[in-house]
Write a protein that binds this ligand. Structure first.
Ligand SMILES: Nc1ncnc2c1ncn2[C@@H]1O[C@H](COP(=O)(O)OP(=O)(O)O)[C@@H](O)[C@H]1O
Ligand SMILES: [Mg+2]
Length: 229
C-alpha cells in the first residue's frame, strides 16, 4: 500500500535506477510491487520488457497528467508497494504523484550543482504539502557515490541538508556496474551473471541496506521536511 515516489528535476540523478533496484528487492522478498512508469522515455517499461522481471512486480505504463492519480490509487489497492518513477521535469504530473506519496525519495549525485537541483524537488514537495494540507515525508538519497571514500565536498552537502532540516538517508547508492547492468540485461541484481558483471554481491548488499532503510523510514512516518524547517 505505501507509495514511494522518486522525484528530481535533474535527469541522471538516479531516479529510475534506484526505483528499479528498490522494486526488485521488495519483489524478491515476495511482496507485490507496482511501478508506475511516469517518464515519457519509459526507462522502467524498457527494463520490464527484458527477461527476468519478477512475477510479483507489475509495471503501469503510459502515465499521463490526467491518469496518474487514478493509476496510483488503483495500484495502491492492488499491490503491497507502489513505486513511481518520474520524469526529470517539474510538471503537474510530478506534483500530483508527490501529493499521493507516503515517502518522496530525492536522488542526487554528490556535487553541489546536483544538490541544487535536489533542493528544487524538496521545494516542490513543500508546496505540495501546503496544497494537500498534510505532511509528506521526504528524504534525499545520494547516488553514484564512491564505496571507498567519502569526500569532504559530499560531507559538506550532507551537513547543509541536515542544517535545513532535510532528512538524508544513511544509505547511499554507490557507483556500481551492477546497477547499470540490470537495465542492459533485465531482471534483478541476483539474476546477473557474476562472470560478466563485477562485484554483484556488493551491489546486492547495498540494495538490501537501502530497502531496509526505506522500510524503516516509512514505518516511522519520518519527519516531514516542512515540519523540521
Ligand atoms: N548507483 C549507480 N551506479 C552506477 N550507475 C548508476 C547508478 N545510478 C544511476 N546510474 C547511471 O546513471 C545514469 C542516470 O541514471 P538514471 O537512474 O537513469 O537517472 P534518472 O532516472 O534520474 O534520470 C544511467 O546511465 C544509470 O545507469
Ligand atoms: Mg529516469
Amino acid at each position: 500500500m505505501p507509495t514511494i515516489v522518486f522525484a528530481s528535476p535533474k535527469g541522471g540523478a538516479g531516479k529510475s535506477t534506484s526505483a528499479v533496484v528498490l522494486a526488485t528487492e521488495l519483489a524478491g522478498r515476495g511482496a507485490t510491487v507496482a511501478i508506475i512508469d511516469a517518464d515519457p522515455n519509459k526507462p522502467v517499461s524498457r527494463w520490464a520488457g527484458r527477461p527476468g522481471k519478477p512475477e510479483t512486480l507489475t509495471v503501469v505504463a503510459n502515465a499521463t497528467e490526467d491518469s496518474i492519480l487514478d493509476q496510483i490509487d488503483q495500484a495502491a489497492r492492488q499491490a503491497a508497494f507502489v513505486i513511481v518513477d518520474l520524469e526529470g521535469t517539474a510538471s503537474l504530473m510530478v506534483g500530483y504523484a508527490i501529493s499521493r506519496a507516503d515517502l518522496v525519495i530525492v536522488p542526487t549525485q554528490g556535487s553541489l550543482l546536483d544538490a541544487t537541483e535536489a533542493v528544487k524537488a524538496i521545494r516542490l514537495v513543500r508546496n505540495m504539502e501546503k496544497t494537500a494540507g498534510k505532511t509528506i515525508p521526504t528524504a534525499v538519497l545520494f547516488t553514484r557515490t564512491s564505496a571507498a571514500i567519502r569526500p569532504r565536498s559530499l560531507q559538506a552537502i550532507e551537513a547543509e541538508f541536515a542544517n535545513s532540516g532535510v532528512r538524508v538517508l544513511g544509505t547511499q547508492m554507490h557507483e556500481r556496474d551492477a546497477f547499470r547492468a540490470i537495465f542492459s540485461f533485465g531482471g534483478s541484481l541476483s539474476d546477473l551473471d557474476r562472470g560478466q558483471v563485477g562485484n554483484v554481491a556488493a551491489a546486492i548488499a547495498n540494495a538490501r541496506t537501502f530497502t531496509a532503510e526505506v522500510l524503516s523510514v516509512i514505518k516511522s512516518g519520518g519527519p516531514a521536511i516542512g515540519a523540521a524547517a
